[in-house]
Design a protein around this ligand. Structure first.
Ligand code: 1CP
Length: 366
């Protein structure tokens, strides 16, 4: 099925994700299609966020915006969508006002009965698959396309809090009061993640990223109890389902934001090709913890993009030295440690890309 897509002209991302040392680090940024771009704000002024997600031609257009603007500098596209489409597929109404908000969150385990028991991802999320296929054609092989989903723990927290949270009080009450019911719900979410990711690969996604954005809210032993087993379940089941259908697997990346205390356990036990780091760990230290058999992604503090060009250059240079130095020379994908934020000047992001190209190059002499 992927055979009739145009051939890939830039495979830096895929090679680095497989652990190869590349001639320079491939680079992309989380939320690269977003509100910091005037061309994104123009489309958003005319269409609701969820309407864009659900309309393949609009999702394709937005996914392509940073690729066009930063032609030759960006090494990946990521499909425009949101992690919260899974709770929506489970039957939860999702409103953007302007942040995501579920008007009827799950208050107690009795509310699980309100969710759909069977989720056919082709019916509920087929619009994402259509957007992926359309974007692959539009990309014409220029760079690979990343598909993604939210991790069960992160999605669970949105479904219970009803939106973003500072304390995760409701979510944690669930975990600690009702651990078994919590695990049942987490597993149900994980099963949808699996089907959704498999469908994305069939539609044309060339790498998959699982966002566990709130992993760091859990104590290490709670992360190992409530998140890690499902992250592993997702990677192994996605691969076995693809293999059963004779579809070649794709590299998988995990973003366990904030779970730096668990990096060694994550590298050992979850089956991902790449771990995406936040900015709270030194790259060389992360490499020491995870060993040599896994690629790393990251990890500039996104707020450095507000620090001016000198600070960006200095910090990119430092980041490159830390990822590239000594044992850290294997598989590295340059990125931020979390998503780019709305106030960044797009020309400062261009400078970030240019600095990565220069200072991550194997020919750059320190
Ligand atoms: O008004 C707008 O235009 C909405 C802003 C926006 C955008 C541009 C939201 C709402 N989502 C997105 C796109 C998005 N979200 C992508 C697109 C691909 C890309 O360019 O990277 C991706 C991968 C996401 C993933 C996502 N959504 C995450 C995981 C990554 C992360 O940043 O931690 C999370 C936690 C969300 C939830 C979400 N969606 C939107 C917002 C503002 C939020 C955060 C809400 C909060 O918890 O405070």
């Amino acid at each position: 099925m992927t055979a009739d897509f145009p051939p890939l002209k830039n495979d830096l991302l895929l090679r680095a994700a497989r652990g190869e040392q590349t001639e320079r680090a491939p680079v992309w940024v989380m939320r690269q299609a977003g509100r910091y771009l005037p061309e994104f704000r123009e489309v958003r002024a005319q269409h609701e966020f969820l309407k864009i997600c659900r309309t393949p031609s609009l999702a394709t257009e937005i996914t392509m915006q940073p690729i066009r603007r930063y032609k030759g500098l960006l090494d990946a596209a990521i499909i425009f969508s949101d992690i919260l489409v899974i709770p929506e597929a489970l039957g939860m109404e999702l409103i953007m006002n302007p942040g995501p908000f579920f008007p009827a969150p799950l208050d107690t385990p009795a509310d699980i009965a309100k969710l759909r028991t069977e989720v056919d991802v082709y019916k509920e999320l087929g619009y994402v698959f259509d957007a992926i296929t359309m974007t692959r054609r539009e990309l014409d092989g220029e760079v690979p396309l990343i598909g993604f989903c939210g991790a069960p723990w992160t999605l669970f927290s949105y479904m219970i809090e009803g939106g973003g949270s500072k304390t995760y009080q409701k979510t944690k009450s669930w975990l600690f009061k009702w651990p078994e019911e919590s695990k049942t719900l987490l597993k149900r979410i994980a099963d949808i993640c699996v089907d959704f990711l498999v469908g994305q690969v069939k539609a044309g996604a060339q790498l998959l990223q699982v966002f566990d954005s709130w992993a760091g809210e859990l104590a290490p032993h709670h992360f190992r109890e409530f998140s890690l087993p499902l992250l592993k379940y997702i990677s192994t089941t996605v691969r076995s389902k693809l293999a059963a259908e004779g579809i070649p697997t794709v590299p998988m990346t995990l973003f366990p934001k904030g779970a730096n205390a668990d990096l060694a356990a994550i590298a050992e036990g979850t089956g991902y090709d790449t771990i995406s780091l936040d900015w709270c760990i030194e790259p060389s230290e992360a490499r020491r913890l995870v060993g040599d058999n896994i690629a790393l992604q990251g990890n500039l503090d996104p707020n450095l993009l507000y620090g001016g060009r000198d600070a960006i250059e200095r910090e990119v240079k430092r980041m490159c030295a830390s990822f590239r130095g000594g044992k850290a020379s294997k598989g590295w994908i340059a990125n931020l440690g979390h998503g780019i934020t709305p106030g960044v000047d797009p020309e400062d992001l261009r400078w970030f890309f240019e600095c990565v190209h220069k200072y991550s190059s194997v020919s750059y002499q320190v």
